[in-house]
Design a binder for this molecule. Structure first.
Ligand code: HEM
Length: 185
């Protein structure tokens, strides 16, 4: 249904705007300020930011997955046999899973998450670069790998309408030609 297709696209692109935009803001605006604070204030502010941002990351991953796979399933019929399309979207999915894992670690509570956060700025930059590559692949696919035009399906009614209009526009050969009146001498 067209409404769901539009909603899914809106959700997908909107999520990319919020998550990647938010990550750029955190890395290049918030981080340089917070990292200059005394250690205890730095850690307190960082954990407050993480506990709020975490919700955006988790909901974002869910929205990416639902809208992304919906988009992919809907695109299938027009992309049949287009190896390059499936290859690029497959690569994009792998990178996206990498990004989801990294983003979860940056807001997570495990030992590995704590370790990753000791190089916060570095891993945030890696995430942003991954996001930029993913957006690049998505845009390239959209612009440079055009979908095949949908197969023409003509309904029986359309066939009938076409045939009858074609018949109507034919010169009426089968009509009786007016016969010149013959003069009798
Ligand atoms: C497993 C996760 C994902 C899947 C399955 C997925 C799948 C898709 C599909 C099938 C499209 C439509 C491509 C087309 O035929 O035109 C698309 C578009 C798009 N995706 Fe994703 N995606 C995922 C994650 C992401 C992520 C993490 C980002 C951002 C970092 C992203 C950004 C975009 C953008 C910006 C578009 C629109 C491209 C355009 O129309 O110009 N996607 N995605």
């Amino acid at each position: 249904m067209e409404v769901i297709d539009i909603l899914s696209r809106w959700t997908h692109i909107g999520t990319a705007v919020v998550i990647i935009g938010g990550s750029v803001f955190l890395r290049f605006v918030i981080y340089p300020i917070v990292s200059k604070l005394p250690e205890d204030q730095h850690l307190a502010l960082r954990s407050a930011i993480i506990s709020r941002w975490k919700m955006f990351v988790h909901v974002g991953i869910l929205l990416f997955l639902v809208s992304g796979f919906y988009n992919y399933i809907k695109a299938m019929p027009d992309r049949e046999g287009q190896k390059i399309y499936h290859m690029l979207i497959g690569t994009k999915m792998l990178l996206a899973f990498g990004l989801f894992f990294l983003s979860s670690l940056l807001v997570g509570r495990s030992g590995l998450a704590e370790k990753v956060r000791t190089r916060m700025a570095y891993w945030q930059t890696v995430g942003i670069v991954l996001g930029a590559i993913i957006i690049g692949i998505s845009g390239y696919v959209k612009v440079a790998v055009p979908a095949k035009p949908p197969a023409q399906t003509t309904s029986a009614t359309e066939v009938q309408a076409t045939t009858s209009s074609a018949v109507d526009s034919q010169p009426a050969n089968n009509q009786a030609t007016p016969v010149e009146p013959t003069r009798s001498e």
